[in-house]
Design a protein. Structure first.
Length: 330
């Protein structure tokens, strides 16, 4: 086995599932991945059905026309707060008033799609398992609102979360997936520079950290699912607008010293793999504690596409364990 692949395999344990069934109906003309394909055994059937990217200028417009999930000021387990600035928060609490840690959750969507409500189930799980207040921020989307609008909204949300009566201000973390992971990294850099809030941790899930990735040749393009070079370029162009990448892009920051401890996770087949691994290694080189988890055979967003698989559950469990250890140590 090649050395790099051996490291991946030793980093994450996985089990081979049963035979992949044949396709029928509309998919009868398509070929199921063979056993020799690089996809994780539990993810092969999903990889066969998924597009390389569902995000194009046309689909972005179509997705935005779909009716959004709506809720009132309060549901059974979520408080919906709209601040004077217009920034929205969906706050999940574990059900008691004792002082507890908190997590700001930032949704994904390539900076151009998504909303806070789409991650309600995940935020609810985090609140219960961490015994923490979890707030998902409804930030403004690009291209209508380019940088720094989304980052500003996340900062306002973080400051509001820190004022929650039962929140321990020493134990506040930020987390996000994809574009949300990129915003979480940028937010951690921002508050570290300005000493506004001392973050306990940052959890970056297959984060969008580097605008240069989409412009590079991609030898693994055939294995991309859900997100590829073209979608990456689309998202970054929309988000950056006329801003300087040197200022707005987390990976372009040269000095990473002093940032909060990090957990970074990404699939080996994700277009964002290299930038995530590079950022993790740079954090470690800057003496920032960083747990790096690379999942073999996993594509972008695999845990959301196949949440019941063992590999997806282990991926989320690792994030929870990292946050629990961090909160307990403070």
């Amino acid at each position: 086995m090649h050395g790099k692949l051996r490291w991946f395999a030793n980093t994450v344990r996985f089990e081979v599932d049963g035979d992949v069934p044949g396709a029928t109906g509309a998919y009868s003309a398509m070929r199921w991945p063979r056993a020799s394909t690089p996809f994780h055994p539990e993810l092969r059937r999903f990889a066969m059905l998924l597009p390389r990217t569902p995000v194009t200028p046309l689909t972005v417009r179509a997705f935005r026309l779909l009716p959004k999930r709506r809720s009132g000021d309060k549901t059974d387990d979520v408080d919906v707060v709209t601040m004077e600035s217009g920034v929205g928060l969906r706050i999940h609490r574990p059900g008691h008033t004792a002082l507890r840690p908190a997590l700001l959750w930032i949704h994904g969507g390539g900076y151009v799609l998504g909303d806070a409500a789409m991650d309600d189930k995940h935020c609810r799980r985090l609140a219960l398992e961490l015994d923490a207040t979890v707030a998902a921020v409804e930030y403004r989307l690009a291209p209508e609102h380019p940088y720094p609008a989304a980052l500003d909204d996340c900062l306002v949300a973080l400051e509001r979360l820190a004022l929650e009566p039962a929140v321990d201000s020493r134990r506040i973390a930020v987390a996000g997936a994809s574009a949300g992971g990129g915003l979480a990294a940028a937010l951690a850099q921002h508050v570290t520079d300005r000493s506004e809030i001392a973050l306990a941790a940052q959890v970056l899930i297959y984060p969008m950290l580097d605008d240069r990735t989409g412009s590079r040749t991609d030898p693994g393009r055939r294995c991309r699912r859900m997100w590829n070079s073209s979608s990456n370029r689309l998202g970054w162009r929309a988000y950056l607008g006329s801003a300087s990448p040197e200022t707005a892009v987390p990976s372009r920051r040269e000095d990473l010293t002093g940032l909060p401890p990090a957990w970074i996770g990404v699939g080996a087949l994700d277009i964002l793999h290299d930038e995530a691994v590079d950022y993790a290694r740079r954090l470690q080189a800057a003496d920032v504690p960083c747990d790096l988890e690379v999942v073999p055979g996993a594509f972008h967003g695999f845990d959301a596409v196949a949440p019941r698989t063992t590999v997806a559950q282990a991926f989320v469990d690792s994030q929870v364990a990292f946050l629990r250890r961090t909160f307990i140590s403070i």
